[in-house]
Design a protein around this ligand. Structure first.
Ligand code: F1P
Length: 356
């Protein structure tokens, strides 16, 4: 595997630089705490609807879960297309809403049209979250969650996902006085960098272990991460890849498991007992199993073929920042293993523009 050559490519560079970008974003966001606190005063009685397309939809799923865990406010996550096709199902008339519109480019047709419909026709306030502060999406929002971001050259989103997620977590933390959580947020970039460096060799080993199709399983706030990991694997390595709620996998989807299947289970705080038992069952079925989690003594239980253990104590709110870079590298290295250049993904464009 010609690693050196592809590690100079921008997809790899954008994966390994992301923690540095988080620090820069956090410096800028920390100056906006008072403004974000005012947003809560304006909008706290509403249901917070998170929305985006593709990677940004999976970010919406993850962001809404973490936002609700932190703030206790009611949230939901929908693809932008649902706002265009079934606005009445998204914005139930019994409730009041605020739309959190997410987009790396800020120019994706569906999310821009969804924001315009939500704001102009439905008179619902919009918070724009984008890596491009000059974009139509950023300009459209009455509220703008923005931060400095070195634009990504890659078609596939990597650091843009985690940096926008960081901005959502930072904003959610303004709704409560928790020095401990703010300290963890400040620490997580350094910890994540170490995790990525420490486990990169294992990721290369897993990616080139002969597996050919991929399953990513998770519960709760990790489902969006599993969905994004699956999309990364598809986009970068052109491989068969699916994702489900972990405990749903036994109810039919496990029928596709072969000895060439890698099942990656993201361990959660609340579901670990069930997820470890699932790992054991899948290993018995002949799949290769990768356990990714903060559990102590992970390797002692022999329930899996591969283990990536991250430092404990950061909990469900911050583990996504430890898991996502690892899962992005998995897609990257499997692409290299297949002789595919992730800088030139097949059939994809960086932004989807509709003409209709
Ligand atoms: C959304 C998106 C990406 C996908 C591809 C096409 O982009 O669907 O998630 O990987 O790049 O565009 P954006 O709205 O977040 O810019």
């Amino acid at each position: 595997m010609d690693l050196a050559n592809h590690q100079n490519g921008y997809t790899y560079q954008e994966i390994v630089r992301q923690q540095k970008i988080w620090k820069e974003a956090l410096t800028s966001l920390s100056l906006k705490g008072a403004e974000h606190k005012k947003w809560f005063r304006d909008l706290r009685d509403r249901v917070w609807v998170f929305s985006g397309c593709g990677t940004s939809y999976y970010l919406a799923q993850t962001g809404s879960s973490l936002f609700e865990m932190i703030t206790g406010l009611r949230t939901r996550a929908v693809p932008a297309s649902e706002i265009l096709t079934y606005p009445g199902l998204v914005f139930n008339q019994q409730e009041q809403h605020v739309l959190m519109a997410i987009s790396r480019s800020g120019t994706t047709t569906e999310i821009v049209r969804a924001v315009q419909k939500t704001k102009r026709e439905l008179d619902i306030p919009v918070i724009s979250i984008s890596c491009n502060g000059q974009s139509p999406l950023a300009q459209e929002g009455q509220y703008r969650l923005l931060f400095p971001f070195q634009p990504e050259q890659s078609v596939v989103m990597t650091g843009s996902f985690t940096t926008m997620l960081l901005s959502i977590v930072h904003m959610a933390l303004q709704s409560k006085q928790s020095d401990a959580l703010m300290e963890s947020l400040a620490e997580i970039s350094g910890i994540s960098e170490k995790v990525m460096q420490e486990h990169e060799k294992t990721v290369v080993q897993v990616a080139s272990s002969g597996v050919t199709d991929f399953v990513f399983l998770a519960q709760g706030p990790y489902l969006g991460i599993a969905n994004e990991a699956s999309l990364k694997m598809k986009e970068m390595s052109i491989s068969s890849s699916v994702s489900f709620h972990a405990l749903e996998f036994r109810h039919g989807p496990m029928s596709v498991v072969t000895e060439n299947t890698l099942i990656t289970i993201l361990l959660s705080q609340s579901g670990e007992k069930y997820e470890l038992s699932l790992a054991e069952d899948m290993k018995k079925m002949g799949a290769k199993v990768l356990l990714l989690g903060a559990a102590n003594g992970l390797e002692s239980d022999n329930k899996a073929d591969f283990y990536i253990q991250v430092p404990g104590g950061f909990g469900d709110v911050f583990n996504s920042f430890l898991f996502m870079p690892i899962l992005q590298l998995l897609g990257f290295y499997h692409a290299i293993h297949k002789g595919i250049n992730p800088d030139q993904p097949k059939n994809l464009t960086a932004v989807v523009k509709l003409n209709d």
